[in-house]
Design a protein around this ligand. Structure first.
Ligand code: GLN
Length: 206
């Protein structure tokens, strides 16, 4: 099973390295850097990495795969967005330069932690994963979750949301040597757990 990492800018190699480690440890997966429609068709799941969301957005548009990503995820292809990736997956951003793909019905604010908290590490508790050291780098804040399940909080704010085949994180599992979030995503590709799309959950506003 091929897992595609949208490969224009940001933590592309870092995601690929984690997937390679899992593959060497016996998981039946192969990472692929994705930059065009053919590669997108080849993969069973998609990761949008952390990085600079305005740049990733611009390049996804320029290379003409924005609509293809949206369509394939709406048709059930699993997606994980980390940091800049969750900004792109969201339904509403506070920056006109990044049009959210509407794949996770959340509202998000870029660079919303003050200077002091721009980058930090914190121990968080993730549903179905457990205790986890999360790395935040100029992270966005999830302002509201209109649909889906909040899987983790940090300082009272949601930091990880799953809705059916889509998962978004405001932190960077690709920048640690803890592989559990990627393992969770691989289980998700296999159809495990989570809310099926269509179930409505409580709307949460932060
Ligand atoms: N600050 C970045 C943005 O808004 C996201 C942070 C990241 O991915 N490290 O695009």
């Amino acid at each position: 099973m091929k897992i595609g990492v949208i490969g224009f800018q940001g933590d592309v190699e870092e995601h690929i390295n984690i997937l390679k480690i899992l593959s060497e440890n016996g998981r039946n997966i192969e990472p692929l850097r994705v930059r065009n429609k053919d590669q997108l068709r080849e993969v069973s799941a998609i990761i949008i990495p952390g990085g600079e969301s305005t740049t990733i957005y611009k390049l996804i548009k320029e290379y003409g795969i924005y609509e293809d990503i949206v369509d394939s995820v709406k048709h059930g292809k699993p997606l994980m967005g980390t940091c800049a990736g969750i900004i792109l997956a969201s339904s509403k951003t506070n920056d006109t330069r990044v049009e959210g793909m509407g794949l996770l019905d959340i509202e998000i604010e870029r660079n919303a932690y003050g200077r002091q908290g721009e980058s930090f590490i914190d121990n968080v508790d993730i549903k179905d994963i457990g205790n986890y050291m999360a790395v935040f780098i100029r992270a966005p804040v999830i302002k509201s979750v209109n649909h889906g399940e909040i899987m983790a909080y940090q300082a009272g704010k949601p930091i990880m949301v799953r809705d059916g085949n889509v998962i978004g994180l405001t932190f960077h599992p690709e920048l640690t040597d803890d592989t559990r979030v990627h393992e969770y995503f691989i289980r998700m590709i296999g159809g495990e757990g989570g809310t099926s799309s269509g179930t409505s959950e409580e709307k949460v506003t932060v």
